[in-house]
Design a protein around this ligand. Structure first.
Ligand SMILES: Nc1ncnc2c1ncn2[C@@H]1O[C@H](COP(=O)(O)OP(=O)(O)OP(=O)(O)O)[C@@H](O)[C@H]1O
Ligand SMILES: [Mg+2]
Length: 409
């Protein structure tokens, strides 16, 4: 099952998944032929002064990675390192300096990623020359990169962590960030658009509060807010719709989630073309200057939108579902995102599932493993109990993590 050359079988996976977005015929033979052959996978990870790791190296193949070990051993830290193969601040959203090993220097990590075009060397870390400013440096095959957007072209990285368990209960801002991160996986420009929109929004708010700025200035910035705002809303809406459809293909014991973006812009987009929605938003901003000046915000825009998720079968809003049901809905969304990325790229993303296995009952856990193997994705799984990963047997590579030392099992 292990010694299948990656490239030949990856080919099978790619055409099959890209064509219909599903995961093969699900037979044992089908699973076995695809298992361990992720077309995109981390094959080496080197860490320096990364959290609890002073120096660490792990060599891997394309199979899923099961990390077992006691609390505080360094399992999540490994997943966090892999999450830096995507643009941004990683799965903990920490300040870059918090990732520095306490008592160590600026953190660095190097990874070799197996891709369809061959291996790619990615090096990243906190810029030692940053002088108090938090900056991340990035090299791809030795060439320094401006920004991090080029990472998106190498591999998708998708994650689910225990911190996300409260997604449906917390503020709309957390859900917007969740959707934005899913959009980034397809459109690296989205990050820049959101940042520019938020900056313009703050600038307008400041000048309104200070009763500064003139009509021409406000007209200009509101024009920009309207065009970027509607573009952001459209990108989020399209992503939510695509995940909603992809989640319908999920079979097995995970509940089907229904997803929709809600808000004023979304209502306008239902009723009129995007250009007309931009006009409406621009007019609403102009009309709302006085009250926005008093409130210090802006009454209309995608910064007020929300992601609404429902449990389809129970016809229940996710926030009213049980803890376990919410987790299963989240997992269904993340797996749908993996299917969607696989269809869009032709190859699956890398999937990081922190402490997911322990929270599923036996049937759901088996289904999750089947789905991971059928999708041909290099999934990184963590747990305190190695037995959880027993059913994966040699379809996965098993490691034991104790006191920041990683050893194959
Ligand atoms: N910047 C840092 N420098 C040194 N150690 C750190 C740093 N940040 C976190 N740690 C330590 O790293 C250790 C491992 O953390 P990690 O979250 O990876 O554990 P884990 O194996 O996932 O445990 P659990 O099963 O409890 O989730 C912890 O003891 C934590 O205190
Ligand atoms: Mg952990």
């Amino acid at each position: 099952m292990i010694a299948v050359p990656a490239s030949s079988v990856a080919q099978v996976g790619v055409t099959r998944f890209a064509a219909d977005g599903t995961a093969g015929d699900g037979t044992e033979r089908d699973r076995a032929s695809i298992a361990g052959t992720a077309a995109v996978a981390v094959t080496r990870l080197d860490l320096t002064d990364f959290r609890c790791y002073r120096q660490a190296r792990i060599d891997l193949d394309g199979r899923p990675v099961a990390l077992a070990g006691p609390n505080g051993a360094g399992k999540t830290n490994l997943l966090e390192a892999v999450s830096f193969l995507a643009p941004g601040r990683g799965l903990r959203r920490s300040k870059l300096s918090e990732v520095d090993r306490i008592g160590g220097g600026p953190w660095g990590m190097a990874a070799t990623i197996q891709t369809e075009a061959g291996p790619v060397a990615v090096g990243t870390g906190r810029d030692p020359e940053g002088e108090g400013r938090e900056r991340r440096v990035l090299r791809i095959d030795g060439t320094p990169q401006r920004g991090q957007a080029s990472l998106t072209g190498i591999a998708g990285v998708v994650w689910l962590t225990p911190q996300m368990d409260r997604l449906f209960l917390e503020s709309a801002g957390g859900r917007r960030r969740f959707v934005d991160r899913l959009v980034f996986g397809f459109d690296p420009e989205h990050a820049g658009r959101v940042a520019a929109y938020e900056h313009a929004l703050r600038e307008r708010g400041r000048l309104l509060r200070e009763r500064a700025g003139d009509r021409t200035w406000f007209a200009g910035i509101e024009e920009q807010l309207a065009s970027q705002g509607v573009a952001i809303a459209v990108a989020r809406r399209d992503l939510a719709t695509a995940i909603d459809h992809a989640a319908a293909e999920g079979v097995g014991p995970f509940p089907r989630p229904r997803l929709a973006m809600t808000g004023q812009i979304e209502e306008w987009l239902e009723e009129m073309p995007a250009l007309a929605a931009e006009d409406r938003m621009r007019q609403a901003l102009a009309a709302g200057r006085r009250s926005d000046g008093d409130s210090g915000g802006a009454a209309v825009g995608p910064h007020r939108s929300d992601l609404a998720v429902r449990h389809a079968l129970k016809d229940m809003p996710a926030e009213h579902c049980s803890t376990g049901e919410q987790k299963a809905l989240l997992l269904a969304i993340v797996l749908a995102d993996v299917r969607l990325q696989t269809a869009a790229r032709g190859v699956p993303p890398i999937l990081l599932l922190d402490e997911v296995a322990a929270h599923l009952d036996g049937e759901r856990r088996t289904h999750l493993y089947d789905e991971i193997l059928a999708l041909g994705v290099q999934a990184w799984l963590t747990g305190t109990d190695a037995d959880l990963f027993g059913p994966l047997a040699e379809a996965a590579q098993h490691f034991r993590v104790v006191d920041a030392i990683v050893t194959p099992r």
